[in-house]
Write a protein that binds this ligand. Structure first.
Ligand code: SAM
Length: 241
């Protein structure tokens, strides 16, 4: 009995790993998240039992029901795939699911996925580290911690900050970072629905982040590199494109 925790990547099916595709093609049960695109689900073996267990932001926490479903379906002896957006171990609660499976005596294998934290900046032509502009990158969530993230302590001009689940708190995020010492003129890029046909990139200054119109899912990139658009070979203007 093995349950496969598979990363579905940011959206586009051709961003899955070959290993993920091979496992989906022989899946008998698939338990998937809300952010998994239809074109990825189309790769699932015909006849497989498919469960959409997506959580609505702010909705009830159904994690224990998901864990119970994984354990129950694995015990039927079928090939069970838990398909998760991006990478299973980055803000995906993959670790909790592994713990639940281990407690039930069920083996699990994790298949990594391309995380939106790195794909979304890349889609906008932003290298998250770049000599002379950024000596490192911090990936943080704006939600889901026991207390508000202390973003202010990450406020360093030479660090790139990539924020997931930050759309609703974008005004507060900007305030915290500016209070922490970042210049309100620090470049910001917001990448919505990266890798999907409706992908959109907006650029602004940190001080204007709160007034951008943004819809989730989106990744917010803060730091000097956010002004770059190397895909276009130019430094982007600090305005929506
Ligand atoms: C619960 S987290 C899961 C992250 C996922 N495990 C990963 O590695 O990408 C969901 C957040 O990921 C980000 N996200 C996921 N897919 C995205 C996409 N295609 N474009 C932009 N942001 C995305 C958003 O910030 C969203 O609120």
């Amino acid at each position: 009995m093995t349950v496969y925790l598979v990363g579905a990547g940011p959206g586009a099916a051709d961003l899955l790993t070959v290993r993920a595709v091979r496992i989906l093609e022989r899946a008998e049960v698939v338990v998937h998240d809300r952010l998994v695109e239809t074109e990825v689900l189309d790769l699932v073996a015909r006849g497989a039992e498919v469960h959409d267990v997506g959580k609505t932001p702010g909705g009830p926490d159904n994690q224990s029901a998901i864990n119970a479903l994984l354990v129950a379906t694995a015990r039927t002896g079928r090939t069970v795939v838990r398909l998760k957006g991006g990478d299973p171990f980055l803000f995906g609660r993959g670790g909790e699911e592994l713990e639940a499976l281990a407690e039930a005596g069920i083996d699990a294998e994790v298949v990594p996925g391309i995380t939106s934290a790195f794909f979304a900046p890349l889609a906008a032509g932003i290298p998250v580290t770049h000599r002379g502009r950024s000596c490192g990158v911090a990936v943080v969530t704006a939600r889901g911690c026991e207390r508000d993230p202390e973003l202010a302590r990450l406020a360093r001009a030479d660090l790139t900050i990539v924020i997931l689940m930050g759309v609703a708190r974008r005004g507060a995020i900007a305030r915290e970072l500016i209070e922490g010492g970042l210049d309100p003129a620090t470049p910001v890029a917001v990448v919505e629905r990266a890798s999907t046909p409706t992908e959109r990139v907006q650029r602004s200054a940190l001080g204007d982040l709160g007034s951008l119109r943004v819809a989730a899912p989106a990744v917010i990139v803060v730091g000097a590199v956010a002004a770059l658009d190397l895909a276009r070979g130019a430094v982007a203007a600090a305005s929506a494109r």
